[in-house]
Structures are given as C-alpha cells and as structure tokens.
Design a protein around this ligand. Structure first.
Ligand code: IFM
Length: 449
C-alpha cells in the first residue's frame, strides 16, 4: 500500500494511560488519580499509579518507536505533573520530564506532537468545579502558555484537547470516567467551557510560536440509523448534530448547531459575547480519533437527546455476530470508518487538512514463544488504512495516521483488561514484546521509501 511521500505514520498515547509515577517528583493529584483510587470505579480495581512506567522507561519506548520506524509520536502532557495545583507554581521536575522526552524523540528522529489535555485535570481545579466552572477555560490557557513557552522552540505540532465529547459525556453525564458525575444537564456547559479553553489555547500557542501547527483531536464516527424507519433516520440526524456538528460547526463556522443553544434552560450553556470568535480561531488541521461506527436508534428515554447508540458491553474475548467482528471493547469492526469520516469532512467542512490522530483495536493477545500473533489487529490496521488510501484517491486532505497505541496501557474504566498496543506489555514485569501487527506496521512504513 503506497501513500503520498510526505504522509506521516505515527502512534499516539496519553499521559495518564502510560506514565505511572502518579505522585513522584512533585506531581499533583489528577482527577484520574482520585477516580481510580475510588473503589468500584475501574475494572479489577486497576489504577494508573504505575501504568507502563513510561516516566522511567521513556528512552526504551522511544527506542521501540525508532525500531518501528515511526515518523511521529503523539503524547499528552499531564497538567498536574507540571502544575501540581493546576495554577501558580511550576514543578520543575515535571516540566523537565517533558523536555527530556521531547529531546529524546528529536534525537531519535521522531517528531513530537503534543496534545495538551487528555482528561487528567488537576484535582485542585476539580475542587473548584473543574470544567463546570467557566474559569477552567482560562486556567487551561495559562497552562498552555507555560507549555508552549517551554517546549515551543522544539515542538511544532500541537493539539489542544483530546475528544471533548467523551470528556464531557463520560465524565459529567454518565459518570463512568473521572470526575464521575451523573449530571446529564451539566454536559452542555462543560462542552462549551472545553471549546472555549480550546480557542484560548490556540491563540496562546500561536503567540508563543507563530510557526506552530495547531489542531484539536475530535472523536468522529460514521453514524448510521439502526433501521430504515423514519424515527431511526431522524435519530441519526440528531446524533450527527450532537456528536459531530456540536464541535465542528463552532470551529469551522463560528456557531453551535441551533439545537445546542435553544435547549431548555437547565441544559443550555451560557455563551458570552466574543466566545464564538475565540472558539473559531483558525486551525491548521483537525485530528480524527475513530474506531467504530455508531448505529443509532430513536429513544424516547434519552431525555433531551431523542437518540441512543447501540453499544455492546466490553467482553473478555473478541467475538463475531452475524459474520461481523467485534473487539474486546464490544466495538464493531467496520473497516470503512476512516473512509466515511474523511469523506464527511471533505463534503461537509470544505476538506480541511486532517490527521487520523487515533485508530486501533483491542483484542485478547497472548505471548506464545516470545511472539504475539495478533492477526486480527493486523487485518484491522490494513483494512482501515486501505480506507484512508481510498479517501486520498478521492481527494481527501488526510496528512497522516497515528495508530492507537504504541504499548498496551491503562484503558480508563476497563483498566488493563484491554490491549490496544502494537507492543505487548506484561503488566507485572513491564516487559515489552512487539506484536505481529507492530511488525506489519514497521514493514508498511519502511515500504514507503
Ligand atoms: O484509550 C482511549 C483514548 O484515551 C481516547 N480515545 C479512545 C481510546 C480507546 O478507547
């Protein structure tokens, strides 16, 4: 499979999912530390306390990235590692970790792509309301300025937020992610504050480094009605508005979809004069995180929504149903996912530059005689990348692909029970084994030369 000469192949990860060292060298507590330390929140009582110990093993993991031939690595910065209280005094050791990480990546010839917020808000800020507090947008901007000031001479590719929809929906409405709130009405306010924080951060990055390329990583999935009924079709339209247009319209058109701002008062975010101009700060690219398709049906019970997505629960093992493969997350494998989303962005939003900032699959891998024969993941990568290639042939402006993820890591509420990595991690010994899918990816990247 041949891609354009300048197409970027990378891998992505996030701080809480891999770093560990949760309370070392002056790091402050994050909402994920607090959540994972609360009994009953994470499968098997797992925590990110040690995770993949990337904090200590980053040099070895960068050596693995080099071995795979990755062009770029997308990682996030732990806000409370740098600002233990969320604001104010910088923790020099925390900042130094990210400087060393960037230097090591550059030394290995791997482009560092920084994502500023991947869900691990400082607990000290949560104690002041977190993203429910409008001030959180400004706090995020302050944090961004610090990071851009210290890394901006060596980092040129930036993302503000990772998946604001998931941060708001799973964390504030469904309560299955930190901070664990079940207040569906609050979600819209949280979304607006996140988007405001995004816009402010874009401006801060640009003022620190005018050459920076800035984007945001959104979770964007194809949305299909579960049946041909008019009700389900209407539900799919509503899902499109809530799950995709709520984020894309303000960025590209400077306004939220009408239904976002005309909700009943309890649900409606307070939008102040000038907010939309800030959120619509021009971007250099959109990051797309996508794994599966959403099959949507009408639901009278989803108050204020009118739709629900059919989702299987996570499972011990992957399975097939009616000839369709599902991963251990219970996610349908739908290889056209990237093709459809890239075409959607082309037709609905004027074909912006796009990076696939996350894509991958969890399967129940096993090490057998020092090898991991994960042919299902290889097949997943192959068929999904074929979708990217088809989209490119049809004019998509996709610039690169980041596999989720380099090493098996802490999969949020699922703990360590789900393996997405190109590299297997024995979570007891921290031993790494490159999976067959990693070797396939390596070959694909090498074959582009
Ligand atoms: O592990 C997550 C990641 O943190 C955000 N996007 C989806 C991945 C798989 O669930």
């Amino acid at each position: 499979m041949k891609f354009p000469q300048d197409f970027i192949f990378g891998a992505a990860a996030s701080a809480y999912q891999i770093e560990g060292a949760w309370n070392m060298d002056g790091k402050g507590e994050s909402i994920w530390d607090r959540f994972a330390h609360t009994s009953g929140k994470i499968r098997h009582g797992d925590t990110g306390d040690t995770a993949c110990d990337f904090y200590h093993r980053y040099k070895d993991d960068i050596a693995l990235m080099k071995e795979l031939g990755l062009h770029a690595y997308r990682f996030s910065i732990s806000w409370p590692r740098v600002l233990p209280e969320g604001r104010g005094a910088i923790n020099p050791k925390g900042l130094d970790f990210y400087k060393r990480l960037v230097d090591e990546l550059l030394e290995a010839g791997i482009n560092p792509c920084v994502n500023l917020y991947h869900w691990d808000l400082p607990q000290a800020l949560q104690d002041q309301g977190g993203w429910l507090n409008r001030d959180c947008a400004a706090w995020f901007a302050e944090f961004t300025s610090i990071i851009a000031d210290h890394l901006g001479d060596r980092v040129f590719d930036w993302m503000t937020l990772n998946e604001p929809l998931m941060a708001a929906a799973l964390g504030y409405a469904l309560g299955i992610h930190a901070p664990g709130y079940r207040k569906p009405w609050s979600m819209f306010r949280v979304i607006h504050h996140l988007m405001l924080g995004h816009g402010l951060a874009v401006n801060r990055i640009r003022s620190e480094n005018p050459d920076a390329k800035v984007g945001i990583a959104l979770d964007l999935r194809p949305i299909h009605p579960l049946s041909n009924s008019e009700k389900d079709k209407l539900a799919a339209e509503k899902a499109d508005i809530f799950m995709r247009r709520t984020f894309l319209d303000p960025i590209f058109q400077g306004r939220y979809p009408e239904t976002f701002t005309t909700r009943n008062r309890l649900f409606r975010p307070r939008i102040k004069d000038g907010d939309m101009e800030i959120i619509a700060a021009p971007l250099d690219f959109v990051g797309v995180n996508t794994y599966t398709v959403d099959r949507v049906r009408y639901s009278p019970w989803a108050i204020g929504m009118g739709f629900e997505t059919q989702m299987d629960p996570a499972a011990e093992e992957e399975y097939t149903r009616n000839g369709v493969q599902y991963t251990t997350m219970g996610w349908e494998v739908y290889p056209q996912v990237l093709y459809e989303i890239l075409m959607y962005l082309k037709h609905e939003y004027g074909n912006p530059a796009v990076f696939v900032t996350e894509n991958g699959a969890a399967f129940s891998d096993k090490v057998v005689e020092s090898r991991v024969h994960d042919e299902k993941r290889t097949h997943y990568l192959q068929t999904h990348l074929a979708g990217v290639k088809k989209a490119l042939e049809e004019g998509s402006n996709c610039k690169g692909y980041f596999a989720w993820t380099l090493v098996d890591n802490f999969e949020w509420a699922e703990g360590y029970s789900k393996r997405f990595g190109l590299v297997y991690v024995d979570h007891k010994t921290q031993q790494r084994t490159i999976k067959d899918s990693g070797l396939w990816y390596k070959k694909l990247i090498a074959s582009q030369k």
